[in-house]
Design a protein around this ligand. Structure first.
Ligand code: NAD
Length: 370
């Protein structure tokens, strides 16, 4: 069964089942592709209905990380891990240390980080057993909260989108609707305000809405209406699948660029946006600032360098638009093509000239320098 699912959900290099009865650990690590570098991706803790659901999720998420890292221009591959369990009630030191030991056996082929259901404290336990972990607390040389970096990358993605659609990347006076004022959305609004944009916001939390109306002079829309705001750019920063069969015909924006993952309910919605003349900046290219930030941890962390790195999102999004025009395809397909092309060319170069891709690493620095 597992092998059937493996062939159905991608061409993964390696999938590792981790089991430690003494601490109740049931986890799966999936390494999708290491052509560009070690597979980096967070560990999700989730109460999956069954093992099959957990396997499908880890296969899908790890493949997504390969594309995200490649499109970001990083020397990283794609991986992900899932721990089966309730993150509210079943977290223990032993669970994460046992998991860390499994990560350690992979000698740097997989590097873990936080994800849904795991946090800094859990990474600290993993770090007690292995160096192959990012997102550890700042006191341990980690990078802390990635959201300001993700948001800065999103700002860069919005600027590249404005340049393509409006002919200028100045956001002065440009109407931008931000859905969700959480970690990413709130940082984004601050950056947009500094750029002189006209901001429209919505959140289900009215305290956050009030704060943004007062501090950033934002217009307010209801959570139901923000998607349909008459604006130049719609920036989803809350939920996935906001562009779906129910919303797409009623959109009144000229372009979409935001921090949320999986903005399109299905790939066909990307084609539909193209038909409607709405420019879509692909989510995983736009929201890669957080990944760039943890990558900088591998070099020895510097906030300034991380911040600088997120500027690259502008070039990456611009390149996606170029490929879309070159090949006459939707931007969502162009992003995948850009990621695949880089894996093919740079991956082959690495293989030929360094021959290091399949050997084990001993230090994080070595991983970075590879
Ligand atoms: P968050 O949980 O801090 O914020 C989400 C916000 O959306 C909350 O304020 C919530 O109240 C609001 N919200 C929920 N439902 C809503 C609705 N129907 N309408 C309006 N607002 C609603 O999450 P975050 O860390 O800011 O992440 C936001 C999105 O960006 C997620 O899709 C996440 O996967 C993605 N993302 C985040 C990062 C990061 O660095 N945090 C990196 C990459 C991608």
């Amino acid at each position: 069964m597992a092998f059937e699912l493996l062939s159905k959900h991608g061409d993964h290099e390696q999938v590792i089942y981790c089991h430690d009865k003494s601490v109740g650990l049931k986890a799966i690590i999936a390494i999708h592709n290491t052509a560009l570098g070690p597979a980096l991706g967070g560990t999700r803790m989730w109460n999956y209905k069954n093992e099959e659901e957990a396997l499908i999720d880890v296969l899908r998420l790890s493949k997504g990380m390969t594309y995200k890292a490649s499109a970001a221009g990083l020397n990283l591959g794609g991986g992900k891990a899932v721990i089966i369990g309730d993150s509210k009630t079943q977290k223990t030191e032993g669970l994460f240390r046992a998991f860390g030991q499994f990560v350690n056996t992979l000698n740097g082929k997989y590097i873990t980080a936080e994800d849904v259901g795991t946090g800094e404290k859990d990474m600290e336990y993993i770090f007690m057993e292995t160096q192959w972990v990012t997102g550890i607390p700042k006191d341990f040389g980690g990078s802390g909260d990635p959201s300001p970096y993700t948001a800065h990358g999103v700002l860069m993605g919005i600027k590249a989108t404005a340049k393509e659609k409006l002919g200028t990347d100045s956001l002065k006076g440009v109407r931008i609707a931000v859905q969700g004022l959480g970690n990413v959305g709130t940082n984004l609004v601050k950056y947009l305000y500094e750029e002189g944009a006209k901001i429209i916001v919505a959140d289900i939390d009215q305290v956050k809405v009030k704060h943004h109306r007062e501090v950033y002079k934002a217009e307010v829309a209801t959570p139901e209406d923000i998607v349909f705001t008459d604006c130049e750019i719609f920036a989803p920063c809350a939920l996935g699948a906001v562009i779906n069969d129910n919303t797409i015909q009623k959109l009144r924006c000229k372009a979409i660029a935001g921090g949320a993952n999986n903005i399109l309910a299905e790939a066909r919605h990307g084609d539909h946006l193209r038909e409607l003349g709405i420019l879509y900046a692909p989510d995983y290219v736009v929201n890669a600032g957080g990944l760039m930030n943890v990558f900088v941890e591998l070099e020895g962390y510097s906030p300034d360098r991380a911040f600088e790195k997120t500027r690259k999102v502008y070039d990456n999004v611009t390149k996606v638009f170029e490929i879309a025009k070159r090949d006459n395809i939707g931007t969502h397909t162009a992003a995948d093509r850009m990621a695949e092309e880089r894996i093919k060319t740079i991956g082959a170069l690495k293989q030929r000239h360094q021959g290091k891709s399949s050997r084990a690493f001993t230090t994080l620095k070595e991983v970075y320098n590879r």
